[in-house]
Ligand binder design. Structure first.
Ligand code: HEC
Ligand code: HEC
Length: 433
């Protein structure tokens, strides 16, 4: 049906399909239901040529929470920037500063990135898009302990959320990429993720009517359609995924009623030197962007993932992973680099289980000094979970394009594959016995 639609991309990150398209869709659905309803259609839609290809126009405004500069760049605006202080460290307490971030992309680059992110054309067999594993409805993760790529191949790690990636310095669980542009090339050309190669990717983008023109619009001064510009557009889109207006943030900015008593208790435990969570999951991003070895057990059927040992060629970092941000954490179960824990309560219990309790006897790991013996009570663990649940905010969720330039379906065909493969969300989060 996508090919017979007239689609335009609107000015604010939103799809505006022509009314004709919508009525036509209703018409189709009602027709399927056996009712005759289409006679009510107005003349506008009657004039739509069913063979007409969708027309794409890139946004000329920034997504919400960005302001447009005179030289057509989107600059991030948020309340944390108002806490002016020496060295921009914030004014203390929870009114603290965010790390430096990426912004300054044009509205057109961000919007082109959005189309690319959802377009399965980017994978070798047109079966999956970035969004297949980074689904906006699942906190930009995929709800799996270990992602599944092209031809149903199982990845060793889980797909991290992409919210607030504008603030990150290193990417991947083992911190092996240092920019969003560098990162993007990895899934595109990984044989177990999107399985593509540079030549085929560029050829297939050029073969789609709209892409060369859209790249020209977004990158008129830097050569239009190219691999570099594809990576920049994806980085631009991902840098626009800002989640900083959770109930926690409202509380941090001074609205004392934004959290209830139990959640405040949880926040206090989280920040206490007993639990030490905030030593690593440092507000307001809820990560200090360091690598830490915490001794997470692997799922039963997996050998140890050495993590950052490989990246830095350092035995000290064996089993070390990037401290993940806990923003929107309630939406991205299962947890840890390979989805070992199904719930936040299980994660809290893991930290409470005592330093190194889940490290196999034959394994030498140099655990981080903040991994301790917090000895929290059962209700304190519940409070920690209550608090982590306040870090959710998807209010700036971008719209999923209803059509992408390739004409391929943006709905995730992989979901069907997963059902056939019978890979359940929590299958790899069983407890070791
Ligand atoms: C097959 C599933 C899959 C697809 C498709 C996929 N990713 Fe990922 N993504 C992952 C997994 C798994 C990781 C973690 C891998 C690791 O750490 O080694 C990841 C990591 C990332 C990260 C790093 C996040 C962080 O906090 O470190 C970014 C950014 C990202 N992907 C963006 C993309 C983009 C852009 C695309 C499309 C070009 C894409 N991904 C396609 C599964 C996928
Ligand atoms: C020494 C640093 C450190 C401390 C202290 C720490 N964490 Fe973590 N946290 C990490 C690292 C590193 C990971 C990823 C580990 C992995 O994947 O194996 C992680 C993962 C998590 C996750 C899963 C995130 C995801 O995206 O899957 C949650 C939830 C979490 N921590 C909560 C807590 C809580 C609650 C506390 C306090 C009781 C705490 N952390 C203390 C470093 C730390």
């Amino acid at each position: 049906m996508a090919a017979s639609t007239l689609a335009t991309l609107s000015t604010t990150h939103r799809d505006t399909f022509s009314r004709g398209w919508l009525r036509k869709l209703v018409c189709h659905l009602v027709a399927i239901g056996g009712l005759v309803f289409c006679g009510m259609a107005t003349s506008t839609e009657a004039t739509v040529d069913p063979t007409e290809a969708p027309i794409f126009r890139l946004a000329d405004q920034c997504p919400p929470s960005f302001s447009l500069s005179e030289d057509n760049r989107c600059l991030l605006r948020n309340l944390y920037q108002l806490y002016n202080s020496l060295g921009d460290h914030g004014v203390g307490g929870l009114k603290t500063a965010l790390p430096t971030h990426r912004d300054g992309f044009t509205p057109q680059q961000i919007d082109l990135g959005r189309l690319l992110f959802f377009d399965p054309l980017l994978s070798a067999d047109n079966s999956i898009s970035c969004a297949s594993c980074h689904d906006p409805d699942k906190g930009f993760g995929d709800g799996l302990g270990r992602s599944v790529g092209i031809h149903g191949q199982r990845n060793q790690r889980s797909a991290p959320s992409l919210w607030n990636s504008a603030f990150l310095k290193d990417f991947f669980w083992d911190a092996r990429a240092h920019s969003l542009e560098e990162q993007a090339l990895s899934p595109l050309f990984s044989p177990i993720e999107m399985g593509n190669n540079p030549q085929q990717l560029i050829t297939s983008l050029k073969a789609v009517d709209a892409y060369p023109t859209l790249f020209e619009q977004a990158f008129s001064e830097t050569g239009g359609l190219s691999l570099d510009n594809l990576a920049i557009a994806l980085a631009a889109f991902q840098s626009s995924l800002i989640s900083l207006n959770s109930r926690y943030d409202q509380y941090a900015h001074g609205n004392a009623d934004a959290l209830n008593q139990q959640e405040i208790e949880g926040l206090n435990i989280f920040r206490s030197f007993v639990a030490r969570c905030s030593q690593c999951h440092m507000p307001p991003l809820f990560t200090n962007q360091q690598i830490a070895v915490i001794g997470t057990p692997e799922p039963q059927d997996m050998t140890r993932d050495i993590g950052a040992e490989k990246t830095f060629a350092s035995a000290k970092l064996r089993g070390g992973f990037k401290v993940p941000s806990l923003r929107n954490i309630a939406e991205t179960a299962p947890y840890m680099h390979s989805g070992r824990f199904a719930t936040l309560r299980e994660v809290a219990e893991f930290y409470n289980g005592g330093r190194g309790h889940a490290v196999p006897e034959d394994e030498q790991l140099l655990l981080h000094w903040h991994i301790s013996e917090p000895d929290l009570t059962s209700s304190e663990l519940d409070r920690l979970v209550d608090f982590m649940r306040t870090l959710s905010d998807s209010s700036l969720r971008p719209d999923i394009p209803r059509a992408v330039p390739s004409g391929l379906k943006t709905l995730n065909p992989k979901t069907l594959n997963l059902k056939t493969l019978n890979l359940k969300t929590n299958k790899n989060s069983r407890r070791e016995s």
